[in-house]
Design a protein around this ligand. Structure first.
Ligand SMILES: C[S@@+](CC[C@H](N)C(=O)[O-])C[C@H]1O[C@@H](n2cnc3c(N)ncnc32)[C@H](O)[C@@H]1O
Length: 251
């Protein structure tokens, strides 16, 4: 197995419980893309959740569509997903890599890839975009989340780590909090990969824009914060959060 893949599997296998909790957590990285899914998903949809993790998004989507296919690279993460989805009939699980998706072309009405699998593939990202677009039906929707170059630079500068910020500027890579090395996208790069593959960009949003840490915010302010983040996260001046979300239609 490629060392890069082996490393991702090792990192995520050691973090199954943390991942499981973080997908449940009050975390804008998780909540904002869920709001976009709820806007685009339709009852007749067959949905791919690529890099779907322990299944929290899949369970939410399963209540809103016909069938969800959760695919993930890490066997231990899939085992946790199997426990989580035990009482949900319309989710299927499969082991697979976003660089080589084990489904036929034009299968899915909605293809979701959130939580940065598309960033972990580093130099293989064009192949991963090829695959995500290939398995999506014509007129289908893609919702893709990735790490943002300017968001990561901003974070390094806020920590007074100028050397780290300049390194990111030069390489477009960093280590994410989870451990794996990650490719950092600009908005223009994400748009180019989707447009070159025949997709029309419907929306681009960013998250952690209003706040960098959302853990200690009281419940009433949390709801208000989410509503502001949702309302403004597509405006150009806010696209500098650490996560970018591209929503596109395959034409
Ligand atoms: C941060 S979790 C995100 C889980 C969920 N999608 C969410 O948004 O909360 C990233 C997941 O991507 C998976 N992953 C990483 N690289 C992948 C790849 N090349 N193909 C498929 N899954 C991958 C990991 O095993 C992990 O479960």
């Amino acid at each position: 197995m490629e060392p890069l893949k082996e490393n991702i599997i090792k990192e995520y296998s050691a973090r199954v419980e943390i991942e499981n909790e973080s997908e449940r957590d009050r975390d804008l990285r998780v909540h904002i893309p869920r709001k976009w899914i709820q806007k685009y998903i339709q009852p007749r949809d067959e949905v791919l959740d690529a890099g779907g993790g322990t299944g929290l998004n899949a369970m939410m989507m399963a209540t809103l569509c016909r069938q969800v296919f959760l695919m993930d690279l890490t066997p231990a993460i899939l085992a946790k997903a199997k426990e989580n989805i035990a009482h949900t009939a319309n989710i299927s699980l499969s082991l697979g890599d976003v660089q080589n998706i084990p489904f036929s072309s034009e299968t899915f009405h909605l293809t979701v890839c959130l939580g940065d699998a598309i960033s972990y593939v580093l130099d293989r990202r064009k192949q991963a975009f090829d695959e995500l677009v290939r398995v999506t039906r014509q007129n289908g929707i893609l919702i893709i989340g990735c790490n943002s170059k300017y968001g990561f630079i901003r974070r390094k500068l806020a920590e007074n780590d100028v050397t780290g910020a300049l390194e990111i500027y030069r390489t477009s890579q960093a280590r994410c909090v989870m451990g794996p090395k990650t490719h950092l996208y600009t908005v223009a790069e994400g748009h180019r990969y989707l447009q070159e593959r025949g997709c029309r960009i419907l929306s681009t949003s960013s998250t952690l824009t209003f706040v960098d840490s959302d853990k200690d915010i009281p419940d009433n302010e949390w709801e208000e914060l989410i509503s502001h983040e949702l309302a403004h996260s597509r405006e150009a001046e806010w696209l500098g959060g650490e996560h970018l979300i591209f929503i596109a239609r395959k034409m």
